[in-house]
Design a protein around this ligand. Structure first.
Ligand SMILES: NC(=O)c1ccc[n+]([C@@H]2O[C@H](COP(=O)([O-])OP(=O)(O)OC[C@H]3O[C@@H](n4cnc5c(N)ncnc54)[C@H](O)[C@@H]3O)[C@@H](O)[C@H]2O)c1
Length: 329
């Protein structure tokens, strides 16, 4: 890494998506400065630049980080991410996700750093009737988690109008897969995402996969989601950063493939890739789980010339399996 490479502050860079973005930043010639309290992240995921252990709600820790490293922009991944936990503990989600973002934006103002790439979510749309979902679909989040993301996006608009903060808000659909080099991958505790949970059953680490809802208005009755490879997500972040550093104005973009897969299709792909049968138990639908969430990512293509290229569930599951075997065996 060049000693004078352009520094980017990456909050949450020790987590799943943040670490893949840190790797993509380093590959593109930037130096990621990870700012993370390691509450759900992993020290050994921080490999492409320094780690500052700190909390995004701590203004003075952020101010010192800006002073010491002088980053020119921020990528903000730090967040709590579980929809179910947000229902049980909304105060925690508002504190970390909303207060954390407010404190960060204030620290950026003080340091005179204004471009920010923000991890938003398809959860801001709730249960829309339209598919694929374009960005002008009204916000109607159906969980406290989704509400916190919607508030953060609105906060960035307000900071934009009042203080000139420019943001690219990336509304991810279902992040999945892992670094094809096997260095980093998905490791949430507890895990709530379908592919790692299905792999755990296939690899004999757990007994049974819970499938929530089999009476959705979808071809096989299970929920349909748009699974996007985490490396494609990472590349969209680097493109968004360049867009802002070149003077681009505030944007909000969906990131997905435009193709949905049902829970059953995901399970069948994991079975095919691993050669194992996955024992399942059917459970009722969970509150707030939309039947179908598929992205219209045309705007990301038009503005950033970005498109998901690591297509297909088999590619995603194969990369996840490689990572899972190396990390947990
Ligand atoms: N995983 C998905 O499918 C998905 C989908 C849509 C949006 N997102 C968003 O992407 C971002 C990253 O998600 P992820 O799956 O990598 O989650 P993750 O839990 O792996 O990463 C989050 C990181 O933030 C850190 N963090 C949490 N609270 C913090 C705090 N108060 N101060 C400093 N650091 C803190 C954690 O230690 C962790 O390293 C989140 O903002 C999430 O809402 C994820």
């Amino acid at each position: 890494m060049a000693a004078n490479s352009t520094k980017i502050l990456v909050t949450g860079g020790a987590g799943y998506i943040g670490s893949h973005c840190a790797k993509a930043l380093a590959t593109a010639g930037y130096e990621p400065i990870t700012f993370d309290n390691l509450s759900t992240g992993h020290r050994d995921f921080v490999r492409w630049g320094p780690l500052i252990e700190g909390d995004v709600r701590d203004f003075s820790a952020l101010a010192s980080a800006f002073k010491k490293y002088k980053p020119v922009a921020v990528m903000h991944f730090a967040s709590l991410i579980s929809v179910g936990e947000s229902v049980a503990r909304p105060e925690l989600y508002h504190d970390v996700n909303v207060t954390g973002t407010l404190v960060l934006l204030n620290a950026m103002r003080e340091a005179k750093v204004e471009p920010i790439v923000f991890s938003s979510s398809a959860a801001v749309y709730g249960e829309p009737q339209v598919s694929p979902i374009p960005e002008d679909t009204p916000f109607s989040p159906s969980s406290p988690y989704g509400v916190t993301k919607a508030i953060c996006e609105q906060m960035m608009d307000h900071f934009g109008s009042a203080h000139g903060t420019r943001s690219v808000r990336l509304r991810y659909f279902n992040a999945a897969g892992a670094d094809p080099g096997g260095e980093i991958g998905e490791h949430h505790e507890p895990e709530t995402h379908l592919i790692p949970l299905a792999l755990d059953v296939a690899l004999g680490r757990t007994d049974v996969l819970q499938v929530y809802g089999n009476d959705y208005p979808t071809p096989d009755g299970t929920a349909v989601r748009d699974y996007i490879h985490v490396v494609d997500l990472a590349e969209a972040h680097v493109g968004s950063l360049k867009f802002l550093l070149d003077g681009g104005e505030t944007l909000f973009l969906n990131l997905g493939t435009g193709v949905g897969a049902s829970v059953i299709e995901v399970i069948e792909t994991v079975e095919k890739v691993t050669g194992k049968t996955i024992k399942q138990v059917r459970k009722p639908r969970r509150l707030g789980d939309a039947p179908v969430l598929v992205a219209d990512s045309g705007r990301a293509h038009d503005v950033l010339s970005w498109r998901a290229t690591r297509f297909g569930l088999e590619t995603i599951v194969t990369d996840s399996l490689r990572w899972s075997l190396s990390r947990f065996s």
